[in-house]
Design a protein around this ligand. Structure first.
Ligand code: IMP
Length: 408
């Protein structure tokens, strides 16, 4: 079976924890998009790990983890991540592969990314990891792929600084390189988990363009970046947080009002630990935006949702979620493409009673307070999509499974 897991918001939905959890029953985990702009925090037995490039399944000693064709790979970041894992006792030898079609991030792309974003009239607020520039080089057909490292003519034609940068990495990268399509044919009977990065609303096509990343973070990206056809995918899971966050610039229509809701924002940010894993930037926070979540369900054919961070609301009297936007004198229920519309959108909020109880320790859905169930079930009806998994804490154990991700 092949399951895709993607972010249904602006990234940072808690995918790392969920992928790590699901990886238990997978044999192969393929990350299909993005690069070291992503940051996944995984807590195992009280130990915290931050990953940027390597799929979270690496913590299981018997899993194969693959960096897919849709990824852009910074060798410096990759090998420092491998060293960090090895230093902390995780044996990665012979278990990390890279698609020979993946592109390489060069130091000068990182430099250009930072300079270009700083020079923009309206900066995107990129992570400064050279992601957009590497994808531009790819589209411009000037990129360097892993397979190119073995192609002498191409390597000889590179600028001296690029050749010198790549030289110490060539043998190690080639040793990890695979033909992903053939690999997956060979492992056709394995459970394969395709792990997305960022989120639907940061996807180059589906997201809040131009305030997006440059990869395909939508479910369709799993097919392209994972080197399989769309019909090979059996199931799509979309992860979302019980509220909204965004790092960097761009519209966040349900953002807490900085004048009247600053305290609420601070509480959610601190309780949910809403600081970027990659850049340390505080994340912007807001109400759960059901308009964009429903859009994510539709555009990704999400079969089941995974809700995270529900416990952040444990002490709330009342919880609110955005069910439509007020744009000028209109009520808008569909997610608009226009940044102008999204920038002027005001959230139409619906209230739900809080549960005023700690959710940590609930092992089954039935153990959740009724008010939490009502909130969950409203979201399911609104998005016409079931919530299969609910996460109520950072640890692997704080995960309520309503439907196994490995059943259709
Ligand atoms: P880039 O991917 O570095 O080009 O950044 C483009 C936009 O995507 C910026 O607003 C980033 O903050 C955002 N972004 C990129 N990766 C992530 C992520 O993993 N989580 C959340 N936001 C991200």
């Amino acid at each position: 079976m092949k399951v895709v897991i993607i972010g249904a918001q602006w990234g940072d939905e808690g995918k790392g924890k969920i992928v790590d959890y699901l990886a238990n029953e997978a044999q192969v985990i393929v990350r299909f998009s993005g690069g070291a702009n992503a940051g996944h925090t995984i807590v195992i037995g009280g130990e915290e790990y931050a990953l940027h490039l390597i799929p979270s399944g690496v913590f299981y000693p018997d899993k194969m983890v693959i960096l897919g064709a849709g990824m852009v790979i910074d060798p410096v970041a990759l090998f420092s991540e491998i060293r960090m894992l090895e230093d902390r006792g995780i044996d990665t030898r012979g278990r990390i592969f890279i698609s020979d079609r993946a592109h390489i991030v060069l130091p000068r792309y990182i430099q250009i990314d930072k300079e270009r974003d700083a020079a923009r009239k309206r900066p995107i607020g990129t992570t400064g990891r050279g992601i957009g520039i590497t994808y531009s080089m790819k589209s411009d057909r000037d990129g360097i792929r892993i397979a190119d490292l073995a192609w002498k003519e191409k390597m000889d034609g590179l600028e001296k600084a690029d050749r010198e940068f790549l030289a110490p990495y060539i043998d190690r990268l080639l040793a990890m390189s695979i033909d992903l399509s053939s690999y997956l044919v060979h492992h056709r009977n394995s459970q394969v988990l395709f792990e997305g990065a960022q989120g639907t609303l940061l996807d180059l096509d589906l997201g809040t363009y131009p305030y997006v990343s440059s990869g395909m973070s939508c479910a369709a990206g799993a097919a392209i970046g994972g080197c399989v056809g769309p019909r090979a995918i059996d199931k799509v899971l979309g992860v979302f947080k019980a509220y909204s966050t965004r790092v960097g610039n761009g519209p966040l229509p349900s953002e807490f009002d900085p004048d009247s809701e600053d305290e609420l924002c601070r509480f959610v940010r601190d309780t949910g630990r809403e600081y970027g894993v990659t850049t340390g930037r505080p994340r912007r926070c807001g109400y759960l935006d059901l308009v964009s979540l429903r859009y994510a369900c539709l555009t990704n054919s999400i079969d089941g949702l995974v809700m995270t961070h529900l416990d952040v609301y444990d002490t709330f009297e009342e919880i609110k979620a955005c069910t439509a936007y007020r744009i000028g004198d209109k009520i808008v229920e569909n997610f608009p493409a226009s940044i102008g519309c999204l920038n002027s959108a005001k959230p139409v909020l619906r209230s739900f009673p809080g549960w005023k109880k700690t959710l940590a320790g609930a092992l089954t859905y039935e153990e959740l307070p009724v008010a939490a169930m009502e909130y969950i079930e409203f979201i399911e009806r609104f998005c016409e999509t079931p919530i299969d998994i609910v996460s109520v804490g950072y640890d692997r154990k704080a995960t309520i499974i309503r439907k196994s991700p490995w059943t259709k």
